[in-house]
Design a protein around this ligand. Sequence first.
Ligand code: HEC
Length: 226
Amino acid sequence: MNSSPLERFPGVFGVGGLLIFLVALSVSLVLPLIAIFGDAEDTATVEDLAANPEGSGFADLAEMFPEIFSDIYPEGASPANYADALERGRDLYIENACFQCHTQNVRPFETGYYGAAANPREQNNDLMHPSLIGFRRVGPDLSRYGGTRETQWVVNYLYDPTALVSEAVAMPAYPWFYDEGCDLVVNPDALCVPNEDGIAIIAYLQWLGDYQPIETLEEDTEGETQ
Ligand code: HEC
């Protein structure tokens, strides 16, 4: 009788199958869990990151919208409030699935667009960990977006992207980050007024890329001169 190898050596195939299953389990479940909950001693906390709100997008927003800002944050642009806003901003970025279209990961062959390739140390902080590397890059990489635009521009952009960049048709508008409408087509000089969520996500976007551990920068510079 001509039986298949599977029938002749069921034990070998059984053990092989189990091994493959264990490898798959560790790659897709155990390793990510270690990455998230593993040794995180040197990770910068949100409080560390928010220790100095001066010059941040959050401080800009406090200046631009004093009334609404003081309703939400009576103590002003303090480090504790900045930390809250940054955390909320990251949550909103996840809830609104911004990562479906934006990466936070610069690959080594595209440094011409976005600067040095992503460095794990640069992302070793609570706001970028676990890393939101994203799925597909429909829009630009945002891992170092902060400060590339004026805060005022970002405020209006999220309300109505095509009003500012006519070809930005793939970037959705996010009117729920604002309590009132704002017609940028009729009045391009208008300043849309964000609500609490709007302030948080804009503060987060303007923060992205702010954390650059000194040794990361030194190493990058060394690499360039060699
Ligand atoms: C369906 C895909 C998609 C989603 C979802 C998306 N974006 Fe975008 N985004 C784009 C595209 C495409 C662009 C580039 C458009 C352009 O040319 O200005 C862009 C551009 C941007 C820019 C850069 C604008 C500039 O030129 O400075 C920012 C910031 C941004 N998006 C933030 C967000 C945030 C925050 C979210 C989630 C709340 C989000 N995006 C969700 C597609 C998307």
